[in-house]
Ligand binder design. Sequence first.
Ligand code: AMP
Length: 133
Amino acid sequence: MATVFEMIINGEIPSTRLYEDESCIVILDINPVSKGHALVISRKCYPTFTDVPMETLSHMMEVARKIDRKQREVLGAEGTNIMINNSPASGQEVPHLHIHVIPRFSGDGKTPVFNKEKYADGEMGKYGELLKI
Ligand code: AMP
């Protein structure tokens, strides 16, 4: 079944488009964390960050940076959250790669993205060994 983003790309459902080229489109998120929250979406449906070719991903990051600059210039954003939810366990709802670019303002009171956890004594070193690449 087509993802909601494929339907947007195919013009089957409406969207507010900010940009498009041969490998991605940018739209406004319909349910924004803050006004101007944008989604950089791969034109081809790669389900996750893990699946997308590096060339496409780096192009999408370049586009995300242009959107970040525009949000700062035009909306006066003082910061942005650049986020990719990667697989359902991380909160990804639409299985079609997209980068969130969310305008942020000092003291805007938005809920922190992560609830943090604590390492037990000695555990951080173990994770450090496990995750070396
Ligand atoms: P994620 O949880 O990372 O998969 O994010 C999916 C995002 O897509 C959510 O922030 C939704 O609000 C957004 N979304 C879902 N449907 C639409 C739509 N039709 N137009 C614009 N944004 C959408």
